[in-house]
Design a protein around this ligand. Structure first.
Ligand code: NA7
Length: 489
């Protein structure tokens, strides 16, 4: 099948990486079609749905919870406000949804301005260069393209136990829930689950997190433990090593109260609890079967539903690429900025003759838990595994943000650690920050890590005073010494 094709590029899905590639390709005068079936209902209207769910609304709700905290602190700074303050879920939800709508409209306008053809329609590959496109009314059209980029966002996963689809909400649903969720069980303890649990608790709700194995599996253990401690101290309950096996209404036919039965992952113990809302944050399915990638010859993992790609985001079929969370083995990098970077660079390689590849190392990551966590580079466990424990030095320190001293809160919660590779001039291979604005702090350090930052360079950099990040320039205590001191008692 040599063409000619109707389109130079068809992007399947509304993931941020695909949209970035589409815009970049159009800027190079390529004819581009984007298929976004997540907005594919007769009532959905138009507008790319990339921010409908996920990090943007979660951060706004995180901010709502933080403001509650600031209100409490403000009294210690002389503000006189009433002891009892209340929060309106519906007003917050409406404001967040309005923001998302205008945000999406801007994105849509951006696509139109860049002359990308955008269809709220479902795409299904029917051959290596042909896609069948079905709109919300069931009308089918076939298009051909020289190149395809798969950039599907995936659907929130369900548990597959009785009552889950009938009674549970997913972390996507929560962000547009019109009613206050009340007493909530959050199932899943990864980024989405912990962020939701954190802001719900910050808004004054009773929250329990059901953890199947550990919090933030795959992330730095000590940092995850500190996040759990902080959330626990601030009222979040954790139920470890349980998975739900049944969700039912407490009184049949009466919506509102739900009973959850869970089973221990370690033994025969069972748990029962009643909640107003059961929130599932157990990951996403990539929807690869839906778009029939195999009909175009694309291989994918039947276990994870994701597509293996090489360092050029290329699948086993030369003209079909995958960016974002749909890529096999890069789930910890399901991050909007990384996907955007990957998509943009891919388009530049395809249409501009450039050769720069997306760098998936030293990517800065942030989790908006009540105490913000940001990291760049390796976890301590990965550093030990990669370089050997004897070759790693970990500098660390607790710190107390000045802003928290007057309200006298959370004295030993904030923490940094810098992981260095000793034989390589103590080059920094991992940097972790737990504290206010950790995400903003890590951005600059991510650049430094990419430039080969060493411990000595950190030490000889002046700190911004009085700030939180300056603690990173004054680290002298190593974990090795701290542990030795603890052993000596
Ligand atoms: P993730 O990262 O896939 O995490 C899913 C979480 O849900 C994790 O804690 C899982 O526990 C848990 N899980 C998964 N299946 C179940 C079942 N059946 N029962 C109970 N608990 C379960 O999804 P997220 O949506 O949080 O994050 C997606 C990406 O976005 C992430 O990679 C970030 O980089 C940003 P487990 O650890 O597997 O025991």
């Amino acid at each position: 099948d040599q063409g000619p094709y109707q389109y130079d590029l068809v992007v399947i899905g509304n993931g941020p990486g695909g949209l970035a590639a589409a815009k970049e390709a159009a800027a190079f005068e390529k004819k581009v079609l984007v298929l976004d079936w997540q907005n594919c209902t007769p009532t959905a209207g138009s507008g790319a749905g990339c921010a409908n769910v996920g990090c943007v609304p979660r951060k706004l709700m995180y901010q709502a919870a933080q403001l509650g905290r600031v209100l409490k602190d403000s009294r210690r700074f002389g503000w006189e406000c009433e002891e009892r303050v209340s929060h309106s879920w519906s007003r917050m939800a409406e404001a967040v949804q309005n923001h998302i709508k205008s945000f999406n409209l801007c994105h849509y306008q951006d696509l139109l301005d860049s002359r990308v053809t955008y269809l709220s329609a479902f795409g299904e590959l029917v051959g290596p260069h042909t896609i069948k496109v079905m709109d919300a009314y069931g009308n089918e059209t076939y298009y051909s393209a020289a190149v395809f980029i798969i950039s599907t966002r995936g659907k929130p996963r369900y548990l597959g136990v009785p009552g889950d689809r009938e009674y549970c909400v997913t972390s996507d649903d929560l962000l547009s829930l019109p009613r206050c969720p009340g007493r909530t069980l959050v199932v899943g303890a990864s980024v989405a689950g912990l962020e939701c649990a954190g802001f719900l608790s910050g808004l004054g709700l009773e929250v329990t997190v059901m953890v199947r194995s550990v919090l933030l599996r795959g992330w730095d253990r000590k940092m995850a433990q500190k996040i759990e401690n902080h959330m626990f101290v601030h009222g979040v309950n954790f139920l470890h090593n349980f998975v739900p096996v049944k969700i039912e209404q407490v009184q049949e036919g009466q919506p509102g109260r739900l009973r959850v039965t869970a089973q221990s992952t370690h033994g025969t113990d069972t748990y029962q609890g009643e909640f107003d809302t059961v929130l599932l944050a157990i990951g996403r399915d990539a929807c690869i079967e839906d778009i029939a990638v195999d009909r175009a010859g694309v291989q994918y993992s039947h276990r994870t539903g994701k597509i293996p790609v090489n360092e050029y985001e290329q699948t086993n079929v030369g003209h079909i690429f995958a960016v974002g969370g749909v890529q096999e083995g890069r789930s910890e990098l399901e991050l909007t900025p990384v996907a955007i970077q990957a998509g943009r660079l891919l388009a530049r390689r395809l249409y501009r003759g450039q050769s720069t590849k997306c760098d998936y190392t030293n990517v800065p990551l942030t989790v908006f838990t009540p105490i913000e966590y940001a990291a760049c580079g390796l976890s301590e466990e990965s550093a030990n595994h990669t370089y050997g424990g004897d070759n790693i030095e970990v500098y660390h320190s607790c710190f107390w943000p000045l802003e928290w001293t007057l309200p006298a809160r959370d004295k030993n919660s904030c923490y940094v650690k810098v992981i260095c590779h000793i034989p390589d001039h103590e080059r920094v291979v991992g940097l972790h920050v737990l504290g206010p604005n950790a995400g903003e702090i890590i951005q600059g350090f991510a650049v430094a890590l990419r430039c080969g930052l060493t411990k000595e360079q950190l030490d000889t950099t002046a700190g911004v005073h009085p700030g939180c990040a300056e603690v990173l320039t004054t680290l002298t205590v190593t974990q090795r010494v701290t542990e030795a001191m603890i052993v000596r008692g």
